[in-house]
Design a binder for this molecule. Structure first.
Ligand code: AQP
Length: 328
């Protein structure tokens, strides 16, 4: 069985982008792969986080994994900071990396543009991400388009390590879903929908109340036309809404075009809102049950133990190959 590693940052409220681009795939993958899914809180702190919010967000992200259908008996779900090997190998990876490699990362360029002062952690983020993946000798890493570049760097670092110190690390492959890999912001079709966007109307949060969801979708930006046509270049906003529609219903993009031919944006948005509500409401219900049952800490403890077993063994091998004196 091939091994999969992926994670989501606890840097805000999970969006429908995280659901479509990550969680939905996790649920499918766990039936056919050995899965390690992480809540990457060490990555979240590469931009400032308020302590009480970080704690709540980390627990909320974890609970949403399970509420979305990730099964603790099939997948190992863990909080990144519960497995200290991540931070340790992250450091080692930065010592194998070159400044130019990190400087080229478009996510660093995008995120640093939004900060008044740029933290070093934001810059060295790809080193930690490489560690996250390589610790588990993952075969596959489900990533959205935006993370492809980081995975490419991870592969380079693994190859570099193997050449310099001897074969040890597996070279991971990307697993990219064919469509809908990138859900765009509700207020700007050229921007990715992001949980850390300061404008809550730019994203559909998985835990938004139904009426909030309806309002956000009604107010979402569209072009001045009225044809519900899939044309990401000329009509990026309506095309994005159609992608969300398609993921939250049984209709294909073609069928959506046929369904709303000549009807305009109003009825389309109204129906879209109901499909989104119908998709998220059962998840919200399960989320509430998980949060109030006290099961979360049990699942996360079990996940951290399973993850640490694998991660500590890889780290030990890496350190041995590099010439570290191992603990006596
Ligand atoms: N808009 C999106 N469309 C499709 N997939 C998305 N993902 C995130 N946003 C979208 C996928 O979710 C996984 C986890 O992402 P992350 O939280 O680790 O980092 P991110 O990609 O930077 O996500 P955000 O929401 O934009 O977070 P912030 O705002 O904190 O940077 C990844 O698989 C990602 O592709």
């Amino acid at each position: 069985m091939k091994r999969v590693l992926s994670g989501i940052q606890s840097s805000g409220k999970l969006t429908i982008g995280n659901y479509i681009g990550a969680l939905k795939n996790y649920v499918k993958l766990q039936d056919t792969h050995e899965c390690f899914f992480s809540i990457v809180d060490l990555h979240a702190i590469t931009v400032p986080q308020k302590p009480e919010e970080l704690k709540e967000q980390t627990e909320a992200v974890a609970a949403l994994y399970f509420a979305s259908g990730v099964d603790p008996n099939k997948s190992s779900v863990f909080v990144q900071s519960h497995v200290p090997a991540h931070a340790e190998l992250g450091w080692i990876m930065t010592t194998l990396s070159y400044m130019g490699e990190f400087e080229r990362m478009t996510q660093f360029k995008d995120k640093s543009r939004k900060q008044d002062s740029i933290g070093v952690g934001l810059f060295t983020y790809p080193g930690l991400m490489a560690a996250d993946i390589l610790l588990y000798n993952a075969d596959l890493v489900p990533v959205g388009d935006d993370q492809k570049q980081h995975l490419e760097l991870t592969r380079d670092l693994a190859n570099r390590f193997n050449q310099r110190f001897g074969e040890c690390l597996k070279i991971p492959e990307p697993y990219i879903p064919e469509v809908g890999a990138r859900i765009m912001s509700l207020d700007d079709g050229s921007n990715k929908m992001s949980k850390s966007n300061p404008n809550p109307n730019s994203y559909i949060a998985m835990l938004d109340e139904p009426d909030v969801l309806r309002k956000k979708i009604k107010r979402s930006t569209t072009d001045s036309g009225r044809d519900v046509l899939f044309d990401p270049v000329n009509k990026p906003e309506i095309s994005n809404l159609m992608t969300i529609y398609s993921y939250c219903s049984t209709l294909s993009i073609k069928e959506i075009e046929q369904e709303y031919e000549g009807k305009g944006y109003g009825p389309f948005k109204k129906d879209l809102a109901e499909h989104v509500v119908a998709t998220l409401e059962p998840i919200q219900q399960r989320y509430k049950e998980i949060r109030s049952s006290g099961e979360l800490s049990k699942y996360l403890k079990q996940g951290a133990e399973q993850a640490a077993d694998v991660a500590n063994e890889t780290l030990r091998e890496i350190k041995e190959k590099m010439g570290f004196v191992l603990p006596y």
